[in-house]
Write a protein that binds this ligand. Structure first.
Ligand code: NAD
Length: 467
């Protein structure tokens, strides 16, 4: 949906009036495109918050190379714009050392290009070190505040490494955060926790190697999926966010099974045909949905499973009939558990990536959405609890995205005033696009994201709701 206000603020009169009246002037966000695949405006500065310690230099340099930007080490002086700043604060162990974070970033912020990035690398503290815990937790408040201060489409995020994870484990996450693909992700704390000891049952390689879900498939004979392509399934793929997720996974070469209800069959076929995928008209709440999915898959396995289908049936609880409650809980939550359980038990998820869709409503709550918020909070609980077991037993990761205000048919139906408030109440002063959610899902679905597990990542432009 068009954000007319955003467009108006970039006209002559719009610029004049927003300045005079002190109105928000949202930046036109730089999103990934084939023409503009990397951040722009200058190099990536790689700094250390502490004089000694920190990530392995070589590993971090290799991880940063994937961002496609020239990397400049330890230079806070100089002039000219910078596209991004990465501060390695993993060795931070005391409150006094926090001054290194200030010293690193303070001189640079005025030079950060529009739509630039600040990423801090922190560490999960040792359980018996309350000094390190204080210093590392301080980074969380710091990043969340900085995200609110930066403006002009710039974002700030914290990546927390849990030993033994090193920079190599964080490579896919850094590539994502330090790119235009993360345009609507800000104020997030993402934990990276490699577990190199878990074998991948599918091919015997360590889960921590990241090779598990990138393996070459069988010939796909008779399925049309083609040799070597990853196989993905996206529920609710006929339109909106699901359509974009399917498109994004197809862009990386996956064969995508697009699932949606029978009533959406025409749209679903259009999407699947356009992507060279397979349409799977099916109600995800059907008792045999899991079995029918397995039946439809070439060699009965999936590399990527995206639970995206979702519905709202809003009413205040006092006016909410039992069927409105039951339908929302069934589509948004119970079917996610049923399908995942079935696919795990059938061995269809091995070395795979499961991404579920929560919502900031599940974190902050919303008037008229007790059913929806309960279902989405349930998704977060599901992901957190299943993730360690899915990794240990199936070398599979389980994560969630929690979209904020995204410009879709769902939010177009919201009354104007509430819609405008929802759009502007975040650090980027605008709604996100379905592509923003799709990019985040695609990062979590990468084989290289093997060390990201049990996380719920908000795609909300750092919404004030539930912040
Ligand atoms: P949408 O209504 O545009 O699309 C949802 C799709 O799910 C539709 O194609 C629908 O037919 C399908 N679906 C519904 N019930 C189904 C069932 N039983 N079986 C199979 N498919 C079914 O919604 P959207 O805005 O694209 O949202 C996608 C997901 O993102 C949902 O889970 C939603 O709760 C979540 N979300 C959206 C926003 C937003 O701002 N749009 C914010 C937070 C979370």
């Amino acid at each position: 949906m068009a954000d007319r206000y955003l467009r108006w603020t970039h006209t002559g009169p719009g610029r004049f009036l927003t300045r005079r009246l002190g109105l928000p002037r949202p930046e036109v966000l730089h999103r990934w495109s084939a023409e503009r695949p990397t951040l722009e405006g200058g190099p990536l500065l790689h700094l250390s918050a502490t004089a000694t310690g920190g990530c392995d230099e070589k590993e971090l340099r290799e991880a940063l190379e994937g961002c496609g930007l020239p990397v400049v080490r330890e230079r806070t002086d100089g002039e000219g714009r910078v596209a991004a700043v990465l501060v390695d604060a993993t060795a931070l162990g005391t409150v006094a050392e926090l001054s290194g974070v200030h010293a690193s970033l303070h001189p640079l912020l005025r030079r950060l290009a529009p739509c630039g990035r600040v990423v801090l690398l922190g560490a999960r503290p040792a359980p018996d070190d309350h000094h390190q815990a204080a210093a590392q937790q301080a980074l969380e408040g710091f990043v969340r505040s900085l995200g609110k201060e930066l403006g002009r489409g710039r974002t700030a995020n914290l990546v927390r490494l849990a030993p033994p994870a090193g920079a190599e484990s964080a490579a896919s996450t850094l590539r994502f955060l330090l790119s235009p693909r993360s345009a609507f992700v800000s104020g997030q704390v993402i934990e990276v926790a490699a577990d190199g000891t878990v074998p991948d049952p599918s091919d015997g390689s360590p889960a921590g190697s990241g090779e598990g879900s990138g393996r070459v498939r069988g010939s796909g004979t008779g399925t049309g999926t083609g040799e070597g392509r990853r196989v993905a399934l996206v529920t609710g793929a006929a339109r909106g966010i699901g359509e974009q997720i399917a498109g994004r996974l197809a862009r990386e070469g996956a064969h995508v099974f697009c699932l949606d209800v029978e009533q959406a069959a025409a749209d679903l076929t259009r999407v699947a045909d356009r992507l060279g995928g397979t349409a799977l008209p099916l109600d995800i709440t059907a008792g045999d949905a899991g079995a029918r999915i397995v039946e439809a898959l070439p060699d009965g396995r999936l590399d990527v499973l995206v639970h995206n289908a979702g519905i709202t049936r809003d009413r205040r609880l006092v006016n909410m009939a039992a069927d409105r409650w039951a339908d929302v809980l069934d589509v948004n939550l119970a079917s996610v558990l049923r399908t995942t359980d079935h696919l795990l038990a059938a061995g269809a998820l091995r070395g795979s990536r499961v991404v579920a869709t929560a919502s900031i409503a599940g974190i902050a709550g919303n008037v008229g959405q007790t059913n929806y918020a309960a279902s989405k909070a349930g998704v977060i609980g599901f992901v957190r609890a299943l993730a360690p077991r899915a990794r240990a037993e199936h070398a599979t990761t389980v994560n969630a995205v929690a979209p904020g205000f995204i410009e879709t048919r769902m939010t177009a139906a919201v009354p104007f005033v509430i819609r405008e408030a929802g759009r502007r109440m975040n650090s980027l002063s605008q709604g996100g696009q379905p592509l923003d959610v799709a990019e985040t899902v695609a990062w979590l679905a990468e084989p290289a994201s093997h060390a990201v597990n049990g996380q719920t990542v908000r795609v909300c432009g750092q919404s004030l709701l539930g912040a």
